[in-house]
Design a protein around this ligand. Structure first.
Ligand code: SF4
Length: 160
């Protein structure tokens, strides 16, 4: 049975920068949990970041550019947290390799987990198209990454 990696905050774990979680996981995720398919991680917490923590954004770019060293991840205190984000991304990839995971559901808009939309880096709430650091690393390793709004598409791949 195929396993699926899911952002820990989407499963109700209070791991977000503000100490909260995201909205309830829904029927499909509940079924996947019951089937024993779900492996979860919060990349940022796995890298040793605290709960709560200062919000961070990719400065003027997206996850793939962080992986190639072209841009950094900065928190709203001006601290460079790029290394933590890279560590978290590598932790998520390692987990996928251990469990043979080919499909991930990651929380949209996060500088780690966003798969199609993130914030633009100036902490103004402006969204841009792009991936977070973990999503970019998983995608570049052939893993299909979906957001919490694309569970039906992910489900089709898990059934194959
Ligand atoms: Fe959720 Fe990912 Fe942010 Fe962790 S890093 S709180 S799993 S969106």
């Amino acid at each position: 049975m195929k396993k699926v990696l899911i952002s820990a905050c989407l499963l109700g774990n209070k791991v977000r920068y503000d100490g909260g979680s995201l909205a309830g996981s829904g029927k499909l995720i509940s079924e996947w949990i019951a089937e024993g398919r779900v492996i979860s991680i919060c990349p940022e917490v796995s890298a040793g970041m605290s709960i709560p923590r200062a919000p961070a954004e990719i400065s003027g770019g997206e996850g793939g550019q962080v992986l190639s060293g072209k841009v950094t991840v900065i928190d709203n205190n001006g601290e460079d947290v790029t290394e933590m984000f890279l560590t978290g991304a590598n932790n998520a990839l390692s987990l996928c390799k251990v469990h043979g995971i080919e499909v991930a559901i990651l929380a949209e808009l996060s500088p780690s987990c966003g798969s199609s939309s993130i914030y633009n880096g100036d902490f103004s709430g402006t969204k841009i198209d792009g991936t977070g650091v973990t999503a970019a690393l998983l995608i570049s390793n052939g893993i299909k990454v979906f957001s919490q709004y694309q569970l039906a598409e992910a489900s089709q791949l898990l059934q194959q």
